[in-house]
Write a protein that binds this ligand. Structure first.
Ligand code: ADP
Ligand code: MG
Length: 625
């Protein structure tokens, strides 16, 4: 049979693999064993749900066999096997669905990143082997097939002999060199160590022939070498174990083994519940977001087991959207094995589990925030955005769960603070929680609108994420303190007494009216500002939609031209105001130019586009003459 080429992407990845970018080559064994375990899971599930298949517990196992002379290592399983087509589609393509194309050439060169993002599973075998052969017989098939490859230049698939259902993967281990010791992968003791490290919790026995020195029967000092089959893993799934028996490292290893992520999780939750609904769960809070986390492609969900049998890879019903970053599994003896997707959605037990898990996750995050701020900030930089989406989505029904987990940058503390911390620091005469929106902290810092609030010594939260203000609006208040934008029309600041006395004169009001007329359709009002100190003008808004929200909404594909009600505020104590007044009485054309210039400058300060840049620059040139 003609040799078939790997898909182009696979080939590139395979080259990378062979040039060993994985820091630990020994993980190849973990990959093969976990594939074997997955295959047995599938078989086990089939046997339990299909009466025509009779299987005994002892029929499920994984074997490791060595043939040192021929440098061969074989991993075989009694799993569900692969048909010819499955061999082709499962082993002929790595990183399906163009996910590799997602990465740029540069990132590919570096290599680590890709492996980190996609994992390579089966192909890890090529890190230690020159030749890989896969013999497999699928359930309900008469003919077995062999997939054979000597590396990046392709593979063949041909019929072969294999009596029993399952898969047998044989690696021809590379020759050792001065730099690389491959012989260790042919050493039974070393292999046992690798299995113990990475695959100890695999639920099926991993058997291997082990030789041991034993006292010869009937003698006292004569030893003989006994070769016997031994199960080299402990087999108890980690979630069934007692927490006290497990180390942090065990949980980390399990996370890697399960491919929940390639980072090191920030923390884990191991819980066993024996109440209305019985279940064990292990949950992880990852350190970093997967590359597709904030895209529509990302699928949330936990693995779902029923009495130790995997029934679903990703059950989304087990965690709420706002905690969609959580990875892990749930095993419950109260769930039926034959439960379908549709049934899951209405399952009362499952709803209960979800509620409990959500509470647990919230507690864990709160604990992290209170006790390990640095860690929490790491978490927050990866997933804070999701929490804010959570506040905003579902009509704010989750805001009470989430409000204490939010952090925002503070003008006075110069770091992220929680709302609780803000409120505790509030001044006696302060009634609202102030915030300002903008692209970056540095830009917000220079916003004219913050001047008055800052002068009062009030803390301002800086909102730089486009979701921030939407979330804040949904919260509306925290601890009975209303949120107030420094750009909102009614700032609620108590005016200085003399300021209050100084009513807007009739003349000034006339000027404002004139300006308002000039800016018809652009602003809803022109007013004297109570918040400006050193700047002549700024834009603020009245009503539900803020200027920042207008920007965000207009970036969306189906924007409906939503606009904030903008107000041009004038600092009547600024010398520019005098210029305005002078020209108002003398020169109609000048006042129009000035008004337009000031309005456009206010737009620029807000980071809004100028409607007519040419007429703006013309105006500026005109007055400079
Ligand atoms: P993953 O395990 O993440 O799907 P792998 O590269 O490890 O990716 O394996 C690719 C696919 O090949 C598996 O999803 C599975 O369908 C198939 N496969 C691999 N090893 C076995 C095996 N021992 N028995 C049956 N199928 C297997
Ligand atoms: Mg795999």
């Amino acid at each position: 049979m003609a040799k078939q080429q790997f898909e182009a992407e696979s080939k590139r990845l395979l080259d990378l693999m062979i040039n060993s970018i994985y820091s630990k080559r020994e993980v190849f064994l973990r990959e093969l064993i976990s594939n074997a375990s997955d295959a047995i899971d599938k078989m086990y599930y089939r046997a339990l749900t299909d009466e025509s298949i009779t299987f005994n517990q002892s029929d499920y196992y994984i074997r490791i066999d060595l043939d040192k002379e021929n440098r061969q290592l074989t991993v075989s399983d009694t799993g569900i096997g692969m048909t010819k087509e499955e061999l082709e589609s499962n082993l002929g393509i790595i990183a399906k669905s163009g996910s590799l194309a997602f990465k740029t050439e540069n990132e590919i060169k570096d290599g680590h990143d890709i492996i980190g993002q996609f994992g390579v599973g089966f192909y890890a075998a090529f890190m230690v082997a020159d030749v890989v052969s896969v013999k497999s017989k699928a359930l309900n098939e008469d003919q077995a097939y062999q997939w054979y490859s000597e590396g990046a230049d392709g593979y063949t698939i041909e019929p072969c002999d294999k009596e029993t259902v399952g898969t047998e993967i044989t690696l021809t281990i590379k020759e050792s060199s001065d730099e690389d010791d491959y012989d260790q992968y042919l050493d039974p003791f070393h292999l046992q160590t690798i299995v113990k490290t990475y695959s100890d919790f695999i639920r099926y026995p991993i058997k291997m022939e082990v030789s041991e020195q034993k006292l010869k029967e009937g003698t006292e000092d004569e030893y003989e070498t006994i070769i016997e089959d031994k199960t080299i893993n402990s087999m108890v799934p980690i979630w069934k174990k007692n927490k006290a028996e497990l180390s942090e490292e065990d949980y980390q290893q399990f996370y890697q083994e399960k491919h929940y992520g390639f980072d090191t999780p920030l923390t884990y939750i191991h819980t066993s519940v024996d109440g209305n609904v019985r279940y064990q769960a292990i949950l992880y809070i990852p350190e970093s977001a997967p590359y597709d986390y904030y895209s529509a492609e990302y699928e949330k969900g936990l693995e779902l087991y029923s009495s130790g049998v995997l029934i679903m890879n990703k059950a989304p019903e087990l965690i709420p959207d706002y905690f969609s970053f959580v990875k892990g599994l749930v095993d419950s003896e109260d769930l039926s094995l034959n439960i379908s997707r549709e049934m899951l959605q209405h399952d009362r037990q499952l709803k209960l589990i979800e509620k409990n898990l959500t509470r647990k996750i919230k507690q864990e995050l709160q604990k992290m925030l209170n006790n390990d701020r640095e860690k929490y900030e790491k978490f927050y930089s990866a997933f804070g955005r999701q929490l804010k989406f959570g506040v905003y989505n579902d009509f704010g029904q989750n805001k009470d769960t989430l409000k204490d987990l939010l952090l925002f940058y503070s003008s006075t503390e110069k770091k992220l603070v929680s709302l609780k911390e803000y409120v505790e620091r509030m001044k006696e005469d302060q009634t609202s929680i102030y915030y300002a929106t903008g692209e970056s902290n540095a830009k917000i810092e220079r916003l004219p609108q913050t001047e008055m609030v800052q002068e009062k010594g009030f803390e301002i939260l800086y909102l730089t994420d486009d979701i921030d203000e939407f979330a804040i609006k949904m919260l509306a208040e925290y601890d009975d303190k209303e949120f107030k934008s420094v750009s909102s029309g009614d700032l609620d600041l108590e005016d200085d007494a003399d300021d209050e006395a100084e009513k807007v004169s009739e003349d000034d009001q006339e000027l404002f009216n004139k300006m308002k007329e000039i800016l018809k359709g652009k602003v809803t009002d022109v007013r004297r500002s109570k918040r400006l100190k050193s700047h002549p003008v700024c834009l603020t808004n009245e009503g539900e939609i803020s200027i920042e929200m207008e920007k965000v909404l207009n970036m969306m594909p189906d924007n409906q031209g939503i606009q904030a009600n903008k107000i041009l505020e004038i600092n009547t104590k600024h010398e520019i105001f005098q210029t305005l007044k002078d020209s108002f009485t003398k020169d109609d054309q000048k006042i129009e130019q000035y008004t337009n210039i000031l309005y456009n400058q206010a737009l620029l300060i807000e980071g809004l586009p100028i409607e007519d840049p040419l007429s703006y620059t013309n105006d500026v040139w005109e007055v400079m003459k």
